[in-house]
Unconditional design. Structure first.
Length: 161
């Protein structure tokens, strides 16, 4: 059994003239992340590993997740493959995952997160909003075999306000 949680980064700010990878979170993004991750505490299992896009907004969202859920920092890895907007790179990343990992979490960007959720899970969504979280489970032994998973958790900040 494999478990994949995908999280779209929280709301980012366009108020600064910085490169795309350097865009920070807005205050609303920080607050949404705290709200959502506090809500799921105790509802999700400890992941074996957490991967984040190196973009500031994704990594900041990820650090709020890790602090809120008490996940040890040595489980965090950055991957340029998650700085993807189409989903092709993220899909390859997931299917190439080390089979020793049973439960993984990835932080990334849209449209990649929505595409991966719709391609691998069984609940369609038009759009995973900022700070949206989706958990899928797969009855397989190898990450290369993931497909047609069961989407058993979909939480968006607007559901919690």
């Amino acid at each position: 059994m494999k478990q994949l949680i995908i999280v779209r980064h929280a709301k980012s700010s366009w108020d600064y003239e910085v490169q795309d990878k350097d865009r920070p979170l807005k205050e609303r993004g920080v607050n949404d992340a705290i709200l959502l991750f506090s809500h799921i505490r105790g509802k999700v299992e400890m992941p074996d590993v957490v991967f984040s896009s190196p973009a500031n907004r994704a990594l900041h969202t990820c650090t709020i997740f890790m602090r809120t859920l008490g996940i040890p920092w040595d489980r965090l890895c950055l991957s340029d493959e998650l700085y993807d907007f189409s989903g092709a790179s993220v899909g390859r990343f997931v299917k190439g995952m080390n089979d020793d990992y049973k439960k993984i979490v990835i932080f990334g960007h849209n449209h990649a997160m929505t595409g991966v959720s719709n391609n691998l899970g069984d609940r369609f969504t038009d759009n995973i909003p900022t700070c949206g979280l989706v958990r899928m489970r797969f009855d397989v032994k190898h990450w290369s075999e993931v497909q047609n998973g069961r989407t058993d958790l979909m939480v968006f900040p607007k559901h919690l306000r």
